[in-house]
Design a protein around this ligand. Structure first.
Ligand code: NAP
Length: 223
């Protein structure tokens, strides 16, 4: 049995990943901003990735309960689909704040809590994968995910020598509320439970064969 931390657990891929890990007998600390959220079997934490105070309070509560993290799945993310011509500075900041900087700050706060050879798995996007097809309306989202992908490589270089292992999965389209809200009517070829199983199993085993890698996970052509 391993101890997981999963962010973005209120719905979608994060929620399905928590449920998969719990069913497999692991301990899960499940994070989202929703204070009322309950997932039977998981330890719930209300954390807003935009707030350093919220992140620090979470890290203190993990430390005081003696928690040790074997794998952190940085799944939380936010997406606004908007033409570049109407993007405001705040749109870039909002998406960067959650998808990149907030994820980095949560990972930093977790550093004292990691077990030896812990796996930090960042959930990026095919939009943030260099050379993959890009789509109109996603300039802020995709570039924030690109930053997360590069962050993964940087942290492997900096913290890999201390034993931590960082990887990023660049997901293709999955049929979640995020996708439905951003692209009404679009049908994705993958359901959240299928992707959650892949993410959970990769978090468990992927670091035995991958370190510092940014990996496309798509049924489409990654070019
Ligand atoms: N669905 C796709 O097609 C697709 C494709 C490629 C990549 N991805 C990535 O996969 C991940 C999961 O996507 P999804 O489709 O499952 O998205 P989703 O249904 O919108 O879920 C996103 C989760 O992130 C949490 N979140 C958002 N803002 C947050 C904040 N400020 N602080 C803490 N948590 C926050 C939300 O929880 P609360 O609102 O309760 O806080 C929610 O649980 C995301 O990183 C997304 O970018 C998705």
């Amino acid at each position: 049995m391993k101890q997981f931390v999963v962010t973005g657990c209120s719905r979608g891929i994060g929620r399905a990943t928590v449920e998969y890990l719990l069913a497999a007998g692991h301990q899960v600390h499940a994070l989202s901003r929703n204070k009322d959220l309950q997932i039977p079997g998981a330890t719930m934490h209300a954390v807003d990735l935009r707030s350093d105070d919220s992140i620090k309070a979470w890290a203190r509560s993990m430390e005081s309960s003696g928690s040790v993290i074997d794998a952190l799945i940085n799944n939380a993310g936010t997406l606004v689909n908007k033409p570049f011509v109407s993007m405001e500075r705040s749109d870039f900041h909002d998406m960067a704040d959650v998808n990149w900087a907030g994820t980095a700050m949560l990972t930093q706060a977790a550093l004292p809590l990691f077990s030896k050879k812990a796996h930090i798995l960042n959930i990026s996007s095919m939009g943030g994968y260099q050379g993959a097809s890009k789509f109109p309306g996603l300039s802020a989202y995709a570039s924030s995910k690109g930053a997360l992908s590069i962050l993964t490589e940087c942290l492997q270089a900096e913290l890999g020598p201390k034993g931590l292992i960082f990887n990023a999965l660049c997901l293709g389209a999955v049929q979640t509320d995020m996708l439905a809200e951003a692209f009404p009517g679009l049908q994705a070829p993958v359901q959240p439970a299928t992707m959650a199983q892949y993410v959970a199993e990769f978090a468990l085993h992927g670091h035995l064969l991958h370190a510092g890698q940014v990996i496309p996970v798509t049924l489409g052509d990654p070019e």
